[in-house]
Design a protein around this ligand. Structure first.
Ligand SMILES: NC(=O)c1ccc[n+]([C@@H]2O[C@H](COP(=O)([O-])OP(=O)(O)OC[C@H]3O[C@@H](n4cnc5c(N)ncnc54)[C@H](OP(=O)(O)O)[C@@H]3O)[C@@H](O)[C@H]2O)c1
Length: 330
């Protein structure tokens, strides 16, 4: 697995509960599968039930193969525990329904991997009036965090984590501008796909910082990661994209330089399970090693402005009792 650059192959407590958003394919699929093979109960939160159920079937088949091979660290008795819950992150109502369904299942929660994401599409707005990437990659997953953090705090574990699956492109985001966040005035003709993808990934890193500021005395810590350039279904929209980074990534893939989904998942799994990261906050990992984040992501004023706007946009979905702790610090 390469000296210190992967996740530990050590058994995980069978009672540990992990949610992976977008766990039906790509990096999220490998993350969900490996965490389940090491012993945790995993819930993949996905928009398509067909794709999710097919993914679980494939995970079980792949687990059986790994078991036959005698792969180190994976559970040896019974089967992996992976289930599916529906969520469409492009809809706040669907996200709220997912939250309610999870809460009413009575399960504990220890780890939340905010992995689902998309990019390089023509301009689209959600039914809630937000630019699609802002809502899917950031806002809806922030809503899930706000509602599920209390479950993590009451889980009885001293090591609960939220992993923001960001990207190194967060560093390419133009200057943070609160008036651009929701994308209200965007026109199809002037929409820059790279700009809005990198902004959405910047907001995830900013979320790590503003959440940790408020969670510092709790058992919940937030980390962020970049998985590398990974050949997955993420490239499914590239044929319709004019973004300048697209030919570079295509070239990487053609040359065989992109990672496969498993290699791409290593840092995500490491951040989610490595015991030595217990209580560590505000760290962004690349290749399982800490890396500096974009300076504008560390700007507290920007973070607080993003948080304030997010709470306004989610005011119908967050009761006052939950919103209190997230109120901007002035
Ligand atoms: N691949 C890379 O090179 C790369 C590099 C840096 C960062 N990342 C980040 O890594 C994460 C995983 O990407 P990936 O490469 O594994 O991409 P992927 O193969 O396209 O998987 C993305 C996952 O997100 C889900 N998703 C998209 N929109 C959703 C929605 N509205 N509601 C619920 N789920 C939704 C997809 O569901 P469906 O299957 O239903 O579409 C899929 O499960 C993303 O956050 C991405 O930004 C990827």
């Amino acid at each position: 697995m390469g000296g210190g650059t992967s996740f530990p192959r050590e058994p995980i407590d069978r009672n540990k509960v992990v949610i992976v958003t977008g766990g039906n394919t790509g990096i999220g699929y490998e993350t969900a599968k490996w965490i389940a093979m090491l012993g945790a109960k995993v819930i993949i939160a996905c928009r398509s039930d067909t794709r999710a159920l097919e993914a679980i079937k494939r995970m079980k088949e792949e687990y059986a193969t790994e078991k036959q091979k005698g792969t180190k660290g994976i559970i040896q008795d019974g089967d992996i525990d992976v289930t599916f819950m529906q969520v469409d992150l492009a809809s706040l109502q669907s996200t709220k329904n997912f939250i309610e369904n999870f809460k009413s299942s009575g399960q504990k929660l220890h780890t939340l991997v905010c992995n689902a994401g998309l990019g390089f599409l023509p301009l689209e707005f959600t039914e809630d009036g937000n630019e699609l990437l802002f809502q899917t990659n950031y806002l809806s997953q922030f809503l899930i965090c706000v509602h599920l953090i209390p479950l993590m705090e009451n889980s009885g574990s001293d090591d609960c984590r939220i992993i923001m699956v960001s990207s190194s492109v967060h560093d390419f985001a133009p200057q943070f501008d609160i008036s651009k966040v929701q994308g209200k005035d965007l026109k199809k003709s002037s929409y820059d796909e790279m700009e809005y993808y990198s902004y959405s990934k910047l907001y995830q890193v900013m979320q790590m910082y503003f959440m940790n500021k408020r969670l510092k005395d709790t058992n919940v810590s937030v980390l962020s990661i970049h998985p590398g350039i990974v050949k997955t279904e993420f490239q499914r929209n590239f044929h319709q994209s004019g973004a300048c980074i697209v030919p570079i990534i295509k070239c990487f893939i053609c040359c065989g330089c992109a990672r496969n989904a498993f290699k791409g998942a290593e840092t995500e799994i490491y951040a989610a399970i490595a015991p030595q990261l217990k209580g560590i906050r505000d760290v962004y990992y690349v290749d399982c090693k800490p890396k500096t984040t974009a300076s504008q992501s560390r700007n507290s004023e920007n973070q607080e402005a993003l948080l304030k706007l997010s709470l306004e946009l989610l005011k119908d979905y967050i009761p006052d009792s939950l919103a209190q702790r997230w109120l901007p610090i002035t």
